[in-house]
Design a protein. Structure first.
Length: 273
C-alpha cells in the first residue's frame, strides 16, 4: 500500500483525480490515464540499472522520476496504486504470442480487478495494450481507440487476449506472489543475451490519436493515420525527444547494450500490429 502522499503524487503523475469510490468508471479513467502518461520502455536494461519489480521503489521510478518501464514495473506500480485506492486487484502471469507460438512462461504480467461481480483485465504494461480495462468474461468484441479486443477463454485456468484478430498474450488465473515469483524472470531478462529487453532498446507510448516510439535514435510518430519516421541527429536531439514525447529527462543519452539487435526483426510486443 502507498501512503497518502505517494498516492496523491501518483495521481498527479497520470493526471487523474482521486476517485470517490473504487468502481468501474474510476478504473476505466485510471487505466486510460496511466496508458496515456507512462511509457513502455526498456532503457534501464541498457543503461544498465537495477530493475525493481516488487516493492515501492518501482513506484518511485514512475512517480518521482516520471519514467516508464516494462510490464513487471508498470503493472506492479499500478497494482500498488489500485490497492491503495481500495480496488481488489490481483497480479497474474502471462505468455506473449509471437506469431503462432507462445513465448516462455512468466514473460508478461498483468492484473485483474473484481468489481460488483465482474472481473476486469487490467494491463498498462504491454506496449499496444487496450486503452481501457477489458471485461474478462464477455464474449463480445470490445472496441476502443487501440483496436478491437476479444478475451477468449482457453481452458479452466487461462485466457487469450486478442487484438484486431491476432492473439497478444495468454494469462492464467493463478495469483503471482511478488515476493518470489518474478525474481528468476527479472534476472534472466537482465542477463541473458536472448532477452528481448536486452535485444531491444525502445521507448513507446500511445497518443490520443496515434503512437510514438523512439528506438535508439529512430523516432516514429503516428498521428491521425499518418506515420512519420526520422533518424535524430546526435545526443541532444535524442535527449530532447525523450523529454518532448515521454516527459522525462536523462543526464546522458542511453545507447543499446552489446546484445541489441542491429537488424529490423520485430520481436517486442510494443511493435506488433
Amino acid at each position: 500500500m502507498l501512503d497518502p502522499e505517494m498516492t496523491a503524487a501518483y495521481l498527479e503523475r497520470i493526471g487523474a483525480a482521486r476517485p470517490a469510490r473504487p468502481d468501474a468508471a474510476a478504473l476505466r479513467l485510471l487505466h486510460e490515464r496511466h496508458v496515456l502518461s507512462v511509457p513502455f520502455d526498456t532503457l534501464d536494461f541498457h543503461i544498465p540499472r537495477e530493475i525493481f519489480h516488487k516493492d515501492a521503489r518501482v513506484v518511485e521510478k514512475i512517480v518521482r522520476e516520471r519514467r516508464g518501464g516494462v510490464c513487471g514495473e508498470t503493472n506492479t506500480s499500478f497494482l500498488f496504486l489500485l490497492r491503495s485506492l481500495g480496488f481488489t486487484a490481483t497480479m497474474h502471469h502471462g505468455r506473449v504470442w509471437f506469431g503462432d507460438r507462445l513465448y516462455a512462461p512468466y514473460n508478461h504480467v498483468l492484473l485483474s480487478v473484481d468489481i460488483d461481480g465482474d472481473t476486469w483485465v487490467v494491463d498498462v504494461g504491454f506496449g499496444k495494450t487496450s486503452r481501457y480495462p477489458l471485461l474478462r468474461d464477455s464474449q463480445n468484441p470490445q472496441r476502443n481507440p487501440h483496436g478491437e479486443f476479444v478475451v477468449r477463454k482457453v481452458d479452466g485456468r487461462s485466457y487469450d487476449v486478442i487484438r484486431n484478430g491476432k492473439p497478444q498474450y495468454r494469462f492464467y488465473d493463478e495469483e503471482v506472489d511478488l515476493s518470489v515469483d518474478l525474481d528468476q524472470v527479472v534476472w534472466w531478462m537482465c542477463t541473458n543475451p536472448q532477452s528481448p529487453t536486452l535485444q531491444n532498446m525502445i521507448c513507446s507510448m500511445p497518443l490520443e490519436d496515434g503512437w510514438v516510439t523512439l528506438k535508439d535514435d529512430v523516432l516514429t510518430v503516428v498521428s491521425g493515420g499518418v506515420r512519420e519516421t526520422e533518424r535524430l541527429a546526435g545526443d541532444a536531439e535524442v535527449l530532447a525527444a525523450y523529454e518532448k514525447w515521454f516527459g522525462f529527462t536523462l543526464d546522458e543519452r542511453p545507447t543499446p547494450g552489446p546484445h541489441a539487435r542491429s537488424d529490423p526483426t520485430r520481436v517486442m510486443a510494443v511493435e506488433q500490429d
